[in-house]
Design a protein around this ligand. Structure first.
Ligand SMILES: Cc1cc2nc3c(=O)[nH]c(=O)nc-3n(C[C@H](O)[C@H](O)[C@H](O)COP(=O)(O)OP(=O)(O)OC[C@H]3O[C@@H](n4cnc5c(N)ncnc54)[C@H](O)[C@@H]3O)c2cc1C
Length: 473
């Protein structure tokens, strides 16, 4: 264990960790002593201190403990999970976020145990004026869900089926080689009928990116659309908190300390608010972008997209079933809505339905009671049900829910700032859970390499999927 005095004045200085260009390599801390297991609960030494027990911090801690390192995870609040939280209210399970994982995501496949997922078998209902199109249903359904059947509708449905099928089989490398543009501009340059671009693809991409302006890089939007076309969407069974709980369950007991806020970071120690100093050989900051920049001067903080989630209780089942309903006609503030308990019955008490709806963009900042009032008529139309009678269970707003990713798209941002100081989270990779799991894995691998500890097999980069190349068009 390091014996030198913690030097908080040696924390990375503003300007020493530029994002672009990359900083020159800084030599690893010399004379790395033998690994030190953390002392029992309340101890003040460890090989690694991870700051933040959100998904990224817990995932990184799992990789690091798997490498045999002694790890302490500090969490400022009284619970684990960060933004991936699920509140239990009157028998309902209410997510604070709006995560709809793609079931075959490569990072999910690397979890120590499978995360139980409920597929949205009904796919996505694109609910426009006078017609409803369904995409991504499993098995494929041909019903128009109440829409008027017309030659135009049949053409659009066939166009979407064929082109999403092509997208599913396009190699990732080919999508990443396309010219960089904001997703909205890219959509306009492609040979997509305007009616389909506006009435189907724009709203679908808005859902997949949480970005109604489609300001994200088209490379990210193409990757998201491809992932959706390949596997559809799902819900984590029991709520989004199932993922951090799964990760925390893999850690040695006493690893996570809740109610402990880190206030200052050096490469060999972390100072906490009211819990003294914890000495260590390496520090990994996994707090989300804003807090990370407060601990590590010079770190770039991206813009974020706001998200508001409305939870309603309906007294009955809904005709839309386990399908994500997307309002392509923009009747009100809600971008998309789902009878969540139709897909995952554990989310509502027997005989009632949990309806979870998401507001994106500027409207997400409106006061909750106004949003609820404005959403009722819209939800009634989208779900073909008397939404005015529904009980409002909760409104969760986060002004900085999802990092923005304008072009140029750099999925893998730097996670090693210097030997002994690392950072991970949704701001270091593709935004969303897959990105933060990937950034946690990369940070843990870099940290192990600096300490000369073998990287566990599950921490290394996953092997490329050979089917992607074989099926490339
Ligand atoms: C409303 C909403 C909607 C979302 N929608 C989606 C979506 O549709 N799809 C998707 O993929 N993602 C979505 N997300 C984002 C997803 O929830 C986040 O990407 C993810 O939870 C971030 O995980 P993280 O571990 O990087 O950070 P966080 O979950 O923010 O965890 C960071 C942790 O660090 C702790 N911490 C901070 N400072 C300190 C300190 N000084 N000392 C100790 N601990 C500290 C915090 O308390 C927190 O627990 C949404 C998020 C929200 C809020």
């Amino acid at each position: 264990m390091a014996t030198e005095t913690p030097d908080f004045s040696s924390r990375p200085q503003r300007g020493c960790i530029p994002e672009i260009p990359e900083i020159p390599e800084i030599p690893a801390i010399p004379e790395i002593p033998a690994p030190a297991r953390p002392a029992a609960d309340g101890g003040t030494t460890a090989d690694v201190v991870v700051i933040g027990a959100g998904t990224a911090g817990l995932a990184a801690a799992r990789h690091l403990t798997g490498a045999g390192l002694g790890v302490i995870v500090l969490e400022a609040t009284g619970r684990i999970g960060g933004r991936m939280a699920t509140d239990h209210v009157d028998g309902f399970r209410l997510d604070r976020g709006s995560w709809l994982p793609v079931p075959d995501g490569p990072e999910l496949a690397l979890l120590p145990r499978p995360l139980p997922l409920a597929r949205l078998d009904g796919g996505v209902l694109l609910h426009g004026t006078g017609r409803v199109q369904r995409v991504g249903a499993r098995p494929r359904r041909t019903d128009g869900q109440g829409g008027r059947s017309s030659l135009t509708a049949a053409f659009d449905q066939a166009w979407l089926r064929v082109n999403l099928g092509r997208m599913a089989q396009t190699a990732e490398s080919r999508l990443l080689a396309r010219p960089e543009l904001p997703a909205r501009a890219a959509l306009a340059t492609r040979s997509v009928p305007a009616r389909i671009a506006e009435g189907a693809l724009r709203p679908l991409l808005t859902v997949l990116l949480a970005d109604p302006a489609l300001s994200a890089s088209c490379r990210l939007s193409d990757l998201r659309l491809r992932a959706f076309a390949r596997a559809g969407l799902s819900l984590p069974r029991g709520g989004a908190a199932a993922l951090p709980e799964l990760l925390a369950g893999e850690l040695p007991s006493g690893t996570v300390r809740t109610g402990v806020r880190a206030v200052s970071v050096a490469a060999n120690a972390v100072q906490t608010e009211g819990h003294g100093t914890i000495r260590c050989r390496s520090v990994l900051v996994a707090t989300g972008a804003d807090r990370a920049a407060g601990l590590l001067d010079g770190l770039r903080v991206p813009e974020h997209h706001p998200v508001t989630v409305l939870h309603h209780a309906a007294p009955q089942g809904l005709p839309t079933g386990p399908a994500l309903v997307v309002d392509t006609a923009r009747r009100g503030p809600v971008a998309h809505s789902l009878a969540a308990s139709a897909a995952d019955p554990s989310r509502a008490p027997r005989g009632r339905t949990l309806v979870t709806s998401v507001v994106l963009g500027r409207e997400a900042g409106e006061p909750p009671h106004l949003l609820d009032r404005a959403a009722r008529a819209q939800l009634a139309a989208l779900h073909d049900a008397p939404a005015r009678e529904w009980e409002l269970l909760a409104v969760r707003h986060d002004a900085r829910a999802v990092p923005a990713t304008p072009p140029p798209y750099a999925a893998e941002r730097r996670v090693r700032l210097l030997a002994g100081v690392y950072v991970c989270g949704d701001h270091r990779d593709a935004p969303g859970i897959g990105g933060e799991l990937s950034s946690a894995r990369r940070a843990a691998a870099a940290l192990c390499a600096d300490l000369g500890v073998p990287v566990p097999s599950g921490t290394a980069d996953p092997a490329p999927d050979p089917s992607l190349t074989a099926r490339a068009v």
